[in-house]
Design a protein around this ligand. Structure first.
Ligand code: GLN
Length: 382
């Protein structure tokens, strides 16, 4: 049997590759983005409680009502935006599903979709599988901010969707109100929709506030906002996320969601609903992660890497462009094997795999692991 691949250029993701290499080498894994510490034991007790109470059958397709309601309450508290939890909030199996379902709901054969470059790895395959054409707009180094002249030039009659990601993976760039306002100018009165990946919504630093695209009326009426409890509550393995979108978009989104997964794990949803009722569980996250970012950046000062502290997300980029010609992939592999610290080469996030000699380190790890990794990096001679 010969199979003609629908994604001929896609292999195993770099996150799987580097995590496996880290495990094979016994290295400290600062590559794949997941917390290197456990979630709050209260969450585990809540899941157990709901499982023991018999909440083990299918959840409603759109999510359990109490969780949808709690997501609406959080959105009101954080962004002062009122959502109808019946018609505008859908619980799904992780932000990856939310992004795939949103793209699938609206992208048709031949539609152009604007993507910022570099971008998280699941966007382009979702677009291509739906017959869409990714149109890449390069972000500006060194901070990976948006060059709006380039966005303007990329918009055409065929543009159907723009993929936004703030705070950004891998750079940590956080959109400003100027970014939001310029996007408004470009899409107002046009038939352009937006998928906004906001999975790091609660991880911003130095007093920066995450500005959700929901907060502007022109954007709100055309945007699918994708979120993830994996990032917010240190439970990436639970794969529970959500999509916030106006009723007409939600209707189309749910048509896809109901045939992708139909619904997501019931006891996890009830546990998350209980846990969300205490806002301190997400409002304390910026401080929690800023301490880790600061610890990591302090230690990096004693290496020869160049960096600016991340504005958001739990990733820190470092440049070695002034130190070596080695490719970022080779260096990431060598650091894992030789000194036992795994990272992600960011060339994999670029459409053309351009190598800026930048590595991405995840600092969502135990302080002891960050300190041990820094010690190794400080002693490493490039
Ligand atoms: N989002 C995580 C990262 O950027 C990876 C998740 C995954 O492995 N799919 O590292």
């Amino acid at each position: 049997m010969s199979i003609s691949s629908k994604l001929p250029n896609v292999g195993t993701t770099i996150f799987t590759t580097m995590s496996k290499l880290a495990s094979d080498c016994g290295a400290i894994n600062l590559s794949q983005g997941f917390p290197g510490f456990d979630c709050d034991p209260v969450l585990v007790e809540l899941v157990t409680k709901h499982m023991k109470a018999g909440l083990n059958q299918y959840a409603p397709m759109s999510g359990v009502p109490i969780l949808r309601e709690q997501i609406a309450v959080k959105t009101k508290l954080v962004h002062s935006v009122d959502l109808n939890s019946e018609t505008e909030v859908t619980v799904v199996s992780g932000a990856t599903e939310a992004i795939y379902a949103a793209v699938t709901a609206v992208v048709k054969q031949g539609d152009e979709v604007i993507l910022f470059d570099p971008a998280y790895d699941c966007y382009a395959p979702a677009i291509e599988l739906n017959g869409g054409k990714p149109v890449y707009v390069p972000l500006e180094t060194p901070d990976f901010s948006v060059n709006w002249d380039k966005v303007k030039a990329a918009i055409s009659e065929k543009t159907r969707l723009i993929m936004v990601n703030t705070p950004h993976n891998p750079s940590g760039y956080v959109w400003t109100s100027e970014d939001i306002n310029t996007l408004v100018e470009f899409v107002e009165n046009k038939d352009i929709l937006i998928v906004s990946d906001e999975v790091y919504e609660h991880i911003t630093f130095d007093g920066r506030k995450h500005l959700s695209l929901l907060t502007h009326l022109v954007l709100r009426e055309r945007t699918f906002v994708c979120g993830s409890f994996g990032k917010t509550f240190h439970v990436t393995g639970w794969k529970i996320g959500y999509c916030l979108a106006p009723p007409k978009l939600t209707e189309e989104f749910r048509k896809i969601h109901q045939f992708l997964t139909f619904s997501s794990a019931t006891p996890l949803q009830y546990a998350l609903a209980d846990y969300l009722s205490d806002p301190s569980h997400y409002l304390t996250l910026p401080d929690f992660y800023q301490k880790k970012r600061d610890l990591f950046c302090e230690g990096l000062k004693n290496t020869r890497f160049e960096f600016s502290p991340a504005q958001g997300s739990f990733f820190q980029m470092v440049s070695y462009a002034n130190l070596s010609e080695e490719s970022d992939y080779e260096l990431a592999v060598r650091l894992t094997k030789e000194i036992g610290v795994a990272s992600i080469p960011i060339s994999v996030f670029f459409s053309n795999k351009k190598d800026y000699k930048i590595l991405r380190f995840c600092f969502a790890k135990k302080d002891s692991d960050l300190i041990a990794a820094l010690d190794k990096l400080q002693r490493f001679e490039l």
